[in-house]
Structures are given as structure tokens and as C-alpha cells.
Design a protein around this ligand. Structure first.
Ligand code: SF4
Length: 243
């Protein structure tokens, strides 16, 4: 089995605890309006790496001493598109004592996802919104699997960091943020919430791919709006909230 991998990052510091080897998988069924990695969408697009899980682990091995206090994170794209491959990779990592983190939108929730979670130490779950209609508008996909995914993590007692992108005029409404924080507060497996400010740095990728940029008129989120969002989450949640 070969994994179709968009890119690798050897010293990641923002995708889970400690210094991490980060694997960006190719393929994603969602079409988030604010996505800054549209080049990962098509699972059949040309990729830099097609590797077996063992070959990928050899790459990790080159950085083993650096990631000793961190681990590996598999992100995307959407890693659940290639769940079998990621499961094989995580099995090898864990047998070598390396911490595994899965960064996912939870858009695919099936038996393969459940098997993968058995070999995952930490889930970084993207929650785009708690509002059903807005979720469809923002991502093109229904919210159901994202909810089922978080329910399942709660049932299994699996540690979760929630990630939420705050987008001007789409997700930075105070009532909406409050509803999202209240939704998250029901889950005691959530150790941390990361609020990510919308930025426009992915815009050039759309131009390169010849895809219209859906948020062409949306500015980056201001530090004041981010601070406001963090204040709401900190008021409602007991866990750590970081920006
Ligand atoms: S889930 Fe992530 S990779 Fe997929 S479209 Fe949304 S932001 Fe982009």
C-alpha cells in the first residue's frame, strides 16, 4: 500500500505538542471557503511522495532525536481519505515509542476511521462551526460526521484538541462563537481549543490552480476580533484556549 503524500515538514511546531514530523496527505472531500491548501484536494493529483508506511517511517527516523519530546502528526488535506495507510504508519510509529497525532475534520466517520483512532494518541479535530446550515455553506459537507466523530472520541476517552478558524463575517459573530464554545464544553475529552485567525496567505495557490478565490473580499481577521473570540471561549470553557 502506497500513501499519496503532498508534502513533509521535519520540524513542525504548531500541529500538536512538542516538535513534530508532519505529514500532509493528499485528498480532501471538503471544500472549505477559507482553505489555504486547495492543492491538497484532488487525491489523484501529482504528488511529491508515494511511499509505503515503512518508507515514510524511514524519513521520520532521520529526525528521531529532534521529535523525541513531540512526535508525528498526520494532516492534509484530509488524512481519513487514506485511513488504511495512516493506520499502518501509526502502528509503526507507536511500536517505536513515537507519539501519534491525527489532524482531521472528521468528515469521514466509518470503521476504518475507528481502527485508525485505536492507533492515535491525540486527535486535532477541526470544528468549522456548530451550526448545521453554516457548516454546509462553509465546507460543502454536512456537519453530521464531525459531530459523530467528537461523540465517539468522548465515548472512547480519546484526548482532543479542537481547532477552529475564525473568519470575518462568517464565524466571528459573537453569538455563534458562544454557541460553539457551549457545544465544545459538553466534551470533557477536549484538552485544549486553538483559535486560528483567518489569513489570506493561501490566495496565490488558487490563482496557480485557476480556481476562483471564494473569499476574495474577506480581509484577514484582526487581532481585536481574535481577542474577543478567545475571551468568549475562556469564559465558557475550563480547558486551555490558545490563539
Ligand atoms: S478540511 Fe482542510 S484541507 Fe479540506 S478543504 Fe477544509 S481546510 Fe482545506
Amino acid at each position: 500500500m502506497l500513501g499519496r503524500i503532498h508534502s513533509l515538514e521535519s520540524f513542525g511546531t504548531v500541529d500538536g505538542p512538542g516538535i513534530r514530523f508532519v505529514v500532509f496527505m493528499q485528498g480532501c472531500p471538503m471544500r472549505c471557503l477559507f482553505c489555504h491548501n486547495p492543492d491538497t484536494w484532488d487525491v489523484n493529483a501529482d504528488v511529491k511522495y508515494e511511499l509505503t508506511a515503512e518508507e515514510l517511517f524511514k524519513e521520520v527516523g532521520k529526525y528521531k532525536s529532534f521529535i523525541a519530546s513531540g512526535g508525528v502528526t498526520v494532516t492534509g488535506g484530509e488524512p481519513l481519505v487514506q485511513a488504511d495507510f495512516v493506520t499502518e504508519f501509526f502502528k509503526i510509529c507507536r511500536s517505536a515509542g513515537i507519539h501519534t497525532a491525527l489532524d482531521t475534520s472528521g468528515v469521514i466517520f466509518n470503521d476504518k476511521a475507528k481502527v485508525l483512532l485505536e492507533h492515535t494518541d491525540l486527535v486535532l479535530l477541526d470544528v468549522k462551526t456548530s451550526d448545521e446550515a453554516l457548516h454546509k455553506t462553509l465546507t460543502g459537507c454536512m456537519i453530521d460526521n464531525n459531530r459523530k466523530f467528537l461523540d465517539y472520541l468522548q465515548e472512547k476517552g480519546k484526548k482532543v484538541w479542537i481547532r477552529h478558524v475564525v473568519v470575518p463575517a462568517l464565524t466571528d459573530d459573537e453569538n455563534r462563537l458562544r454557541r460553539l464554545a457551549e457545544y465544545v464544553s459538553q466534551y470533557d475529552v477536549v484538552e485544549r481549543v486553538e483559535l486560528l485567525p483567518y489569513h489570506t496567505m493561501g490566495r496565490y495557490k488558487y490563482e496557480n490552480l485557476g480556481i476562483p478565490y471564494p473569499l476574495a473580499d474577506t480581509p484577514a481577521l484582526s487581532s481585536e476580533r481574535l481577542k474577543m473570540a478567545a475571551g468568549i471561549f475562556r469564559e465558557i470553557l475550563k480547558c486551555k484556549v490558545v490563539v
